[in-house]
Design a protein around this ligand. Structure first.
Ligand code: ZN
Length: 236
């Protein structure tokens, strides 16, 4: 299989990949508390998995996962902190990374933001790069490529846990949560979801189904944009 990870390519491979499909992908998200059962990089691991899957299908070059966020779950009762850099520093980092990517001759930069509350700043950065370089920059989020309510964008609940069970089962440990049928204190554990009980409402199969829909739609968008077409919203 052709390589698609930026950091693994030699110059000839990089140029060949860019010539075949002049799109660069960036996955952005925090290192953040994701309750007791999910890895700290969940948002970013998930976004990175999706853009890698799109690159496998459509081609292009994937920038290494960018672990940063404006805000994240930080609370005094948690045993660790999360990357919450604030809008100014976050914006500077995104601006610099997108500028660096744009100087490498891509016609399209596809940005998958894996975390809520910061897409607005990614969009600002995208607009600035569009104006400066005259290229297409497409910032988006995974929930915007889902359908039938498969993935609405939760935090550590049944949706995200399913996604992680599909993507990296070995990084998920549901036994770290209080055992069933005991109660789950979602506020204390910071679980927000339409499927609030990941112990009983998550599965790798569900994660695979939602991932497939999301990846397929993102691949369609990238293909359309590379062909010079506007990326139409997906059909319902
Ligand atoms: Zn998350």
């Amino acid at each position: 299989m052709a390589k698609f990870k930026w950091e693994e390519m030699r110059p000839d491979e990089f140029v060949a990949a860019r010539t075949a499909a002049p799109v660069a992908y960036v996955a952005i998200g925090p290192l953040e508390w994701h309750s007791l059962h999910l890895p700290l990089g969940t948002d970013t691991l998930k976004a990175y998995h999706y853009v890698c899957a799109v690159a496998e299908r459509v081609g292009g070059v994937v920038y290494p996962p960018l672990y940063c966020a404006i805000n994240a779950a930080n609370r005094h009762d948690l045993p660790l902190t999360s990357t919450a850099f604030g809008p100014e520093l976050f914006g500077q980092i995104i601006d610099a990374v997108l500028d660096f990517i744009a100087t490498n001759g891509f016609k399209l930069i596809f940005i998958l933001n894996g975390h809520g509350g910061q897409l607005w700043r990614v969009q600002q950065a995208a607009e600035a790069i569009r104006e400066k370089y005259g290229i297409t920059v497409y910032p988006t989020q995974d929930d915007m490529h889902s359908r039938d309510g498969l993935y609405t964008g939760d935090h550590a609940g049944g949706e995200e846990t399913s996604a992680m069970l599909h993507i990296a089962q070995d990084l998920v440990d549901l036994s770290k949560l209080p055992s069933v049928p005991g109660p789950l204190d979602n506020d204390k554990l910071i679980i927000h979801s339409p499927k609030p009980d990941p112990r009983t409402q998550s599965s790798a199969d569900y994660g695979r189904d939602s991932a497939e829909v999301i990846i397929e739609d993102m691949a369609r968008v990238v293909t359309d944009l590379l062909a010079g077409k506007d990326a139409a919203p997906q059909e319902e």
